[in-house]
Design a protein around this ligand. Sequence first.
Ligand SMILES: NC(=O)c1ccc[n+]([C@@H]2O[C@H](COP(=O)([O-])OP(=O)(O)OC[C@H]3O[C@@H](n4cnc5c(N)ncnc54)[C@H](OP(=O)(O)O)[C@@H]3O)[C@@H](O)[C@H]2O)c1
Length: 282
Amino acid sequence: MIRKTALVTGANSGMGLAASVELAKRGYRVLMACRSLERGSQALRRVEAAGGPGCAELVLCDLADLASIRRFADEVHSRVSALDVLINNAGVVSPKRRETADGFELALGVNHLGHFLSTHLLLDLVKASAGGRIVVVASGAYKAGRIHFEDPHLCASYNVVKSYGQSKLANILFARELALRVYGDGIAVNALHPGAVLTQLGVDRGTGFGQGIYRALGRMPSFQTPEQGASTAVYLADSPEVEGISREYFYRSRPKSLDRKAEDDDTALKLWEWSEREVGLR
Ligand SMILES: NC(=O)c1ccc[n+]([C@@H]2O[C@H](COP(=O)([O-])OP(=O)(O)OC[C@H]3O[C@@H](n4cnc5c(N)ncnc54)[C@H](OP(=O)(O)O)[C@@H]3O)[C@@H](O)[C@H]2O)c1
């Protein structure tokens, strides 16, 4: 049997780690894209403990830095000739306005623009596989967002809901526009909402800010484990049931309808063209 290859961004924690473990157990070669060598190496050991030695490898990528993304894409090209699965999972939410290395508002920069560029640079590898799949981890928080074309980096006014909501709406609009563009290449692109999942999302890795909320949420039974939360991404990556399905939005491994703003093809195209300019693809 030919071994399939999957690349997961944000693979060192939460749902990215859980998805990496599960895909490794299923026999995938897993490329774990992480920004920290230390956190990535620890996570790699956990994936190898589940899937066996050599089932996974670490590739460094800071999605908050376009130069890092370009180096990462070169590195991936030097290691593999095809990608069967690409899971755009990494994500960030920030109570305060912060910027990426290139001056983008952090959530839009990492969650959308970083993945916009990395997906473009890896697309030839997904095309090189038979029936490649791209999975975009979005969020139901898109409902609170809109694309602020007049001030996309939220310089004039910022709040965390506006920022995260915009970035997650951008994830869905990107997935739908990309699905149209790669349909002829036999690539399926689907987005998903994982539900409420107890992860380190929102915890500042440097200062530990947010750990208290994390611990409090951990006592609420309504939150899923990262493994449960990752199950829809793994389903979209690997299930034969998804064959031929693209441009959909999933929740709990089932298609879910979207609010009209997330199905607005004109906004999706406008966002695409703006994003191309922002990341230097135009
Ligand atoms: N948890 C939920 O309830 C929930 C609900 C809906 C959607 N989501 C989405 O699920 C996805 C996974 O999040 P999670 O909940 O599993 O949270 P998580 O445990 O915090 O995982 C986020 C991952 O993204 C990585 N990341 C952050 N900034 C990065 C950067 N600049 N470059 C590269 N990687 C970066 C993190 O790396 P570091 O460890 O280095 O920071 C981490 O590996 C996100 O897209 C999130 O928006 C989560």
